[in-house]
Ligand binder design. Structure first.
Ligand code: SAM
Length: 203
């Protein structure tokens, strides 16, 4: 609840975050490359926020469902989609730990910079399991999360407004993802983020 309120309050700050905008120039092409998207695909974006990536993804797939628990972020996202004339996206207010969608719906799923804000290890495992559940077996899931390194001071803490964060070591991130997915690769970007390419194992 605390994070939902803070995210609603911080919509404009998020979009005005210049370091994040610059970081996106490296992050988004890498995420898109790892997703290996085909224009016939359907995709889930879990924790879409204000749409830093949503319009980019939408242009590459047939249908995108983007979820977030912050209604103000979704409203902001909707404004951007309308301005870009994009019509193949459904935005849904939902918790990544309880995704209100059928299993094995999607060809791809992506979740960027969300897991580190899910407040406990048990809930993070739950979130990974929920994202994995929505993807058809054998298909790709790309997930990113804060990186802990010698350059980062705190392992965990709170951003402004009480938004919790947790910085993963590479082995923690791998272990978390492997509770529901097979990890193909983990790339570090600029000591800030890990981006993992995973596969939902075939049954
Ligand atoms: C750092 S932002 C990232 C947004 C977007 N993926 C991006 O990369 O710009 C984290 C987002 O995750 C959402 N979020 C955090 N915990 C969530 C949860 N349990 N369920 C749904 N969304 C959540 C927040 O509302 C916020 O929009």
């Amino acid at each position: 609840m605390q994070e939902m309120i803070a995210r609603d309050d911080q919509v404009d700050e998020y979009d005005g975050n210049i370091p994040l905008t610059l970081f996106s120039m490296v992050e988004i092409p890498l995420v898109v490359h790892l997703l290996d998207i085909n224009p016939t695909f359907t995709m889930l974006e879990a924790g879409c926020g204000t749409g830093r990536m949503t319009t980019r993804f939408a242009a590459l797939v047939r249908h995108l469902i983007s979820i977030d628990f912050s209604s103000k972020s979704l409203q902001q996202n909707e404004i951007k989609l309308q301005a870009a004339g994009i019509q193949n996206v459904d935005l849904i207010q939902a918790d990544i730990c309880h995704i209100p969608l059928k299993s094995e719906l999607f060809d791809r799923a992506v979740s960027c910079q969300v897991l580190e804000h899910v407040p406990t290890h048990v809930l993070r495992e739950r979130a990974v399991s929920e994202v994995a559940r929505t993807v058809r077996p054998g298909n790709t899931v790309v997930v990113s999360g804060y990186q802990h390194s010698k350059w980062t001071n705190d392992k965990s803490g709170e951003h402004e407004g009480g938004i919790p964060y947790y910085r993963f070591t590479e082995s923690e991130f791998r272990e978390l993802l492997e509770t529901s997915l097979s990890v193909m690769s983990i790339s570090g970007i600029l000591v800030y983020l890990y981006v993992a390419q995973c596969i939902r194992s075939t049954k």
